[in-house]
Design a protein. Sequence first.
Length: 400
Amino acid sequence: MEAYIYDAIRTVRGKGNRKGALIGVTPTALATQVLVALREKHALDTSQVEDVILGCVGQVMDQGANIAKSAAQSSNYGDHLCGVSLNRFCGSGLEAINQAAAYVKSGFRQLIVAGGVESMSRVKMGADGGGMFMDPALAIPDHIVPQGISADLIATKHGYSRDEVDAFALVSQQRAAKADAEGWFTSRIPVKDINGIPILSTDENIRRSTTLAGLASLNPSFAMMGAMAGFDTVAIDRYPEVEELDHVHHAGNSSAIVDGAAITLVGNEAVGKALGLKPRFKIRAAAIHGTDPTIMLIGPAPASKKALKQAGMEVGDIDLFEVNEAFAAVPMLFMDEMKVGHDKINVNGGAIAMGHPLGATGCMLTGTLMDELERRDLNTGLVTLCIGGGMGIATIIERV
């Protein structure tokens, strides 16, 4: 049985700090607004939607107590609608889609809303604690370091200079600004206040005035952490071929902290016909892959290779790729390992420009990819993200 994506909707992304436009909007409200937009767009018979699966990384405070069920209840889809929240760190939004697809393919469910939400202005990254980052008994023997150190380790090990990662970041900003100006983010909706008045209508973090000179003026974000906390030594102990870390990443070439929500509608063919819905894409394959937790962010390429093998495809069969820009070195390494040109990757910019609302990003990338494949009249796409702790996730979609 095939699993189809009938639609994808995301909010605009607001800066994830106390000055961000969306700080006054709860994460439940963000998720509810995309659910309502989906219902209204398709005059959807919500009695047929069986479950809401939402990725959310910081599942405490405003995002605790199963935010997926909170959003399901707030959406007025009906008391029948269940909800489950999941956490595969940065891969959560894509994992939600993959789990929905697995339910549909198995026949256990017919129609599911799957996506993610993260309000990083209200629930700070790391607010949920956790053994991986807080327990020395786990972190020390496994050489676990912060993600920024891992990103700089990748750059050092593979020879990506400060100039090169800054140049990549500039392209992300330029592409996002162009796509925004041209109206290419067709899955995007504004966020409204409680009175229904739009309070943010574009991705707030896009910096149209970005220049190489401006990026060059920014101080490395992880050099002091690496030296004073000893994380450089931990990384070099695990990778002795690296004599000294070159700290090339900073706020301008790393993913921005933002708020946002996104969903897809995933179902089988029969329910789509019954509801008069036209499928946009089918999910061809989905894969995950674990990696060494020290360098941790190298998972996109091996996960993508597994997904391609599962689908019986080669990398050349993929028309466009979305590779999450957690740090510039991550998609740069993916391009080198997969031998894919930048002209096929993140063609409308990425998280460096628009931000990375942790639990939602994988779903946002899927919607962006769907929009652009249709705009260019292309057929196949691959979404992939690196994941904290040493994982990668990838999904292949094909236009119907």
